[in-house]
Every structure is written in structure tokens, then in C-alpha cells.
Design a protein around this ligand. Structure first.
Ligand code: GLP
Length: 257
């Protein structure tokens, strides 16, 4: 595990963008696993800027997203499809045919999970997976539970996640209670994982995820077993990790702008 410490959100975003950019430059046909949420927005903005400048080409890149709400049409202002269009895909030269998310509107969601899992395998798996971290340790929508679910599956969202994400909906009742998410096995098969994390409110869960036991009640803790995991986090999110003697002197400092 490599931990890169950024001084703030902007530096975290630029550092993560540098890692994604290196992947795309070295492997123009790579498969990127992408995340939604506030955390990666700054990274997407940076990648958009480099793409517009002509320094980064997404024309052959393929993307698979972690998750999607069940019951929202693609055009719904809170669907993850819409989030990705608004915050990234509409602004870069990616081919729409190379963009994949689970479909949250199909009637047979089990079949959709199997189809999405197959799609990822057919693409050859994920070369680089970008992750955010939920306050309860969720990754994608893999919520705390008694087991790590392996493959893409339907999940019932926890009260905490519903409370956290309903702030984005005009009416909290509109917030779906279920979602389709890649499983922890799907994610762990990615050749490289970059976990992004910012803010004091994430410091406790980041500490548990990186320094605690590997526990399905903290889904992100399984990432400790990945052999190519990079954490890019800001000072605030790393507050408790930095106090852990076993890990603190391995933390790298992000390049200053
Ligand atoms: C959401 C998403 C996750 C995301 C997480 C954290 O529910 N399903 O993929 O990483 O919550 O979101 P944020 O980055 O806004 O804190």
C-alpha cells in the first residue's frame, strides 16, 4: 500500500488526476473504473482541463462505473449516469460506446448484475479503479455487513447512506433505497486501485480501513490485501493514520504544484 499525503482537496485531486493520466498515456486503450460522489469531482475537472489542452486523449479509453441507483432513469438529475455525463464525459473526447454503467431501470435487476459483471470481464477487467470512501466504510455501494459480496449485486442501502446521499435530492423521499454495485471481488480484481479521501469527517473511517482488522463491517478494509493500492488523501482525512507509528513514516508527500 502506498499512501500519498496531499495538503488539501485540490492537491489530492491533482495527484489522483496525475495517476489516471499516466495510466491513459501509457495504455490508451485501458479500462478505467470510475466513481461518483464529491470526492472525485476535482480530479475529473483536472482531467477535463488536460484533455481540452490536448495533453490527454480519451478516444480509446473504456470506462466502467462502480454503481447505479435502482429506479432512476439515465436522465434523472441524480442518476450516476447523469452525474458522469455532467461531471466528466460531456467534457472529454471519450466515445459514448466505451462508457458503461449498470442500468438501474431494468425490470430484471439480477440479470442486469450478471450482464454488467460479464461486460467487465469481456473488457478484460479493470486496469485502474478509482474509489471514494463512504462514511461507513462503503466502497461503491458495498455496505457494511457480515460478508464481502464478490460480484456485481443488488444492495439495500443503509440508513446512514440514505441520510448522507438524500441531501442531493430535492425531496428526500425521491432517494432510491436500492442500488446495483460492483462486488468487492470485482473491485479487488482491478490491476491497480486508487482510493481518494478528503476531509476530517473521513479520518476515523480511513483509519479503520487502512489500519484496522479486515472486517466486512468496514468494507474498504479488504483493500489492505490488494497488491497495488494507492491512497491519495488530504491532511485532514489522514489525521489518525498519521498518528499510527507502523504506517506514518511510510507516507509520501504529494508533489507541490
Ligand atoms: C456514494 C458512492 C460511492 C462514493 C461515496 C462517497 O454513496 N456510491 O461510490 O465513494 O458515496 O461519496 P463522497 O465522495 O461524496 O463522500
Amino acid at each position: 500500500m502506498t499512501i500519498i499525503r496531499a495538503k488539501d482537496y485540490n492537491e489530492m485531486s491533482r495527484t489522483a488526476a496525475n495517476i489516471v493520466s499516466a495510466q491513459v498515456i501509457l495504455f490508451p486503450e485501458c479500462v478505467l473504473g470510475l466513481a461518483t460522489g464529491d470526492t472525485p469531482i476535482g480530479m475529473y475537472n483536472q482531467l477535463i482541463e488536460w484533455n481540452k489542452k490536448g495533453d490527454l486523449d480519451f478516444s480509446q479509453v473504456k470506462t466502467v462505473n462502480l454503481d447505479e441507483y435502482i429506479g432512476l432513469a439515465k436522465e434523472h438529475y441524480q442518476s450516476y449516469f447523469w452525474f458522469m455525463q455532467q461531471n466528466f464525459f460531456n467534457h472529454i473526447n471519450i466515445n459514448a460506446k466505451n462508457v458503461f454503467l449498470p442500468d438501474g431501470l431494468v425490470s430484471d435487476t439480477q440479470n442486469e448484475c450478471a450482464r454488467y459483471e460479464d461486460r467487465i470481464q469481456t473488457l478484460g477487467g479493470i486496469d485502474l479503479q478509482v474509489l471514494g470512501l463512504g462514511h461507513n466504510g462503503h466502497i461503491g455501494f458495498n455496505e457494511p455487513g457480515t460478508v464481502f459480496k464478490k460480484k456485481t449485486h443488488v444492495v439495500t442501502l443503509t440508513e446512514r447512506t440514505i441520510a448522507a446521499n438524500s441531501r442531493f435530492f430535492r425531496d428526500t423521499e425521491e432517494m432510491p433505497k436500492k442500488a446495483i454495485t460492483m462486488g468487492m471481488g470485482t473491485i479487488m480484481q482491478a490491476k491497480r486501485i486508487v482510493l481518494m479521501c478528503a476531509g476530517e469527517d473521513k479520518s476515523e473511517i480511513l483509519y479503520k480501513a487502512l489500519c484496522g482488522d479486515i472486517d466486512p463491517m468496514v468494507p474498504a478494509s479488504i483493500l489492505q490485501l490488494h497488491n497495488n493500492l494507492t491512497i491519495v488523501a488530504d491532511d485532514e482525512a489522514l489525521r489518525l493514520v498519521r498518528q499510527d507509528a507502523k504506517i506514518s513514516n511510510t507516507i509520501k508527500i504529494a508533489a507541490e504544484s
